[in-house]
Design a protein around this ligand. Structure first.
Ligand code: CO8
Length: 261
């Protein structure tokens, strides 16, 4: 049996993670969520990690949601445990120190839309379709959709999408703030290119920048500005900041050689 989650570490500290159940539109089972959790732990332990690309196998789907067949047997207790498992995997993905880039082709529905929204950057191709169709199954989103969609797309759009279960195309998802950028060529290649670009920047600065954007995202402006100030100042304790500034100021200007220190 093929592993349900593939994990490959490419040159330059780029981790590529693929949800690998193409015959079931990459639907999320307990096994997938546990395997994803284990991969996230491995990435967290890699000090050389620079960025993560997350995608689904095949062209049909990024992830078409939680596995509906598996959920059929659930009672209230099993459903709560399943929701907790998915939320915790997605929270840990979002909390990785390095940026996570979703490469979305095809369906990103239910848990798939929720998974994409747990990523820092969402790249999507022309076939991408997003939605929270759970109400059609007599359910509600359970892997963070009611919370992350509001934060990304605003309450009015989130209510309309969750209450109708309507599927939207990539252009509407881009306008809603679910997608960061639409790409016309192969989405995985585009995501690797973004990861490679990020990997060429100051590694400590990239991590601190991600933290500054996420930290206090829901809180008061003053607390967010204080966190930003402190993280900004921390950059000045790195050798990389001096290298970045020197490389810019040198004549002729040169590319910085960051060491992550
Ligand atoms: N679960 C299990 N299998 C699925 C899923 C899914 N979510 N989506 C697709 N598949 C399977 C199909 O059953 C089919 O398998 P088979 O060939 O063996 O019959 C195969 O993938 C291909 O799918 P289709 O034949 O249906 O392909 P279509 O092109 O006709 O349609 C769609 C593709 C539109 C993606 C359609 O399959 C669909 O609507 N899928 C369901 C989408 C959905 O409702 N997702 C939300 C699920 S609920 C959820 O994610 C809640 C998350 C939180 C849960 C926590 C609560 C406890």
């Amino acid at each position: 049996m093929d592993p349900v989650v593939l994990h490959e570490v490419r040159a330059g500290g780029i981790h590529v993670v693929t949800i690998n159940r193409p015959k079931a539109a990459n639907a999320l089972t307990i096994e997938v969520l546990e395997a994803l959790g284990a991969v996230i732990v491995a990435i967290s332990a890699d000090v050389g990690a620079r960025a993560v690309v997350l995608t689904g196998s095949g062209e049909k789907a990024f992830v078409a949601g939680a596995d509906i067949g598996e959920m059929r047997a659930y009672g209230v207790i099993e459903a709560e445990a399943f929701s907790r498992l998915g939320q915790s995997a997605f929270d840990r993905l979002a909390a990785l120190a390095v940026p996570v880039i979703a490469a979305v082709s095809g369906f990103a529905l239910g848990g798939g839309c929720e998974l994409a929204m747990a990523c820092d950057i969402v790249l999507a191709g022309p076939t991408a379709k997003f939605g929270q169709p759970e109400v059609a199954l007599g359910l509600i989103p359970g892997f963070g959709g009611t919370q992350r969609l509001v934060r990304r797309a605003g309450l009015a759009r989130a209510l309309e999408l969750c209450l109708t279960g309507r599927m939207i195309d990539v252009d509407e998802a881009l306008a809603a703030g679910i997608v960061s950028r639409k790409v016309d060529g192969p989405v995985l290649d585009a995501a690797i290119a973004v990861a490679t670009d990020i990997a060429s920047k100051g590694p400590v600065a990239v991590r601190l920048c991600k933290r500054a954007l996420h930290e206090n995202a829901d809180g008061a402006l003053n607390a967010g500005l204080a966190a930003e100030r402190s993280l900004f100042a921390t950059c000045f304790a790195t050798a990389d900041h001096r290298e970045g500034i020197d490389a810019f100021l040198e004549k002729p200007r040169r590319a910085a050689r960051f060491t992550g220190s």
